[in-house]
Design a protein around this ligand. Sequence first.
Ligand SMILES: Cc1cc2nc3c(=O)[nH]c(=O)nc-3n(C[C@H](O)[C@H](O)[C@H](O)COP(=O)(O)OP(=O)(O)OC[C@H]3O[C@@H](n4cnc5c(N)ncnc54)[C@H](O)[C@@H]3O)c2cc1C
Length: 423
Amino acid sequence: MIAREEAKMSITVKSRLHHRILIIGGGTAGLTVAAQLHRRGEPDVAVLEPSPNHYYQPAWTLVGAGVYSAAATARPQEPLIPTGVKWIQDYAEAIDPESQSVATRNGLEIGYDFLVVAAGIQLDWHKIEGLEETLGKNGVSSNYRFDLAPKTWEFLRGFKGGVALFTAPSTPIKCGGAPQKIMYLAADYARRRGIAKETQVIFGSAGTTIFGVPEVKAVLDKVVQRYNITTRFHHELVAVDPRRKEATFEFTPNHPLVKSNPSASRPRVVIPFDFLHVVPPQSAPDFIKQSPLADPSTPLGWVQVDKHTLQHTRYANVFSLGDASSAPTSKTGAAIRKQAPVLVENLLQVMRGQDPQARYDGYTSCPLVTAYGKMFLAEFLYDNVWHPTLPVINTQKERYDMWLLKKHGLPLMYWNLMLKGRV
Ligand SMILES: Cc1cc2nc3c(=O)[nH]c(=O)nc-3n(C[C@H](O)[C@H](O)[C@H](O)COP(=O)(O)OP(=O)(O)OC[C@H]3O[C@@H](n4cnc5c(N)ncnc54)[C@H](O)[C@@H]3O)c2cc1C
């Protein structure tokens, strides 16, 4: 509460605007919704987005593995904003749903009739001691940043054997499969270079299992076995010592030892590494956490929406989708492809004074790259219900045609159809 008041007070309003529909964030979700609203004839839509570039993040996995150029994942934002939709290049700093306005870093106050929050997810690097200062150095990298994904490849290429350590945090993250995709590619790379015997691949994950969907786990268990990967579940990365090349993990509350003695302090283990790929803990952007839109049941601060209609649970003129929303599905672009038409339909109904009728079923998918030239498509709904949608093709298998889909088909679909509001 105090933080919210402070955030409001520190902003000096220099000018005021008003839009019928304001979208915060022009990433995957924001631009897809803007394009669909534009196609449905909405005349007054504005996108509040600070970045001059737009990124196709799913390809960062391939950048980290040396088979995709980083430059090809970035495009200038301006031509991607649908003609007729206004781009306000600024940061949202505070949302006041009572007065229906958003304050920006540069002193704008933007009033709205309807708001769509699509500001993505915040990477909380600072929560891991010693990490920020060593990212991109000392064999420590992460595919979760545009500038670091090429570093992953640089370190992998220079890897001469030893311990290759991959981590996954306990918070929800974007693309739950990404921490392990790069691990499988690295293991395959070591095999192809003939250094598999001198390489120990370790997965230090705060999760309880390799994947929550039983049908996916069955395939991935075999992949883990094939590469002889050591899994350390219930392990949360808490510190990195770049000088000693050591990663410190703390047992999570779910670890059997912690469960059996919850009052004792949580054990820590140190794992030395030669190469380290980190996936940081993640949460909603701070300005959302500090706003009345945040879900009060979690400190992670997601925009609290009905998981089927994507309408805010307390403010009927507010909607949210994508990584920032509380919808309890795996946060992916694939999920947004299914969320966007539901949100747009419901928003238009609410604008006409009707109740929202369209429903999102939690669909998400994760293209799990398991080797150079192999991918396996995991598709599922809310509650981890396996839900393959491709006709004829058996997607519960690692396949070369699915690899081609990941490398060529999905980026084409993204830039040419999804961001244009066509799928
Ligand atoms: C390594 C990696 C691999 C992935 N692999 C896949 C995959 O294979 N398949 C898949 O479907 N998905 C994958 N994803 C996930 C996918 O990229 C995201 O789920 C998707 O981009 C989320 O869209 P979004 O619009 O919610 O957030 P984003 O696309 O991140 O957009 C959020 C936007 O909000 C803007 N913003 C932030 N703060 C503010 C502010 N204060 N004011 C205004 N705007 C703001 C940002 O600049 C950004 O443009 C992957 C992600 C990563 C990092």
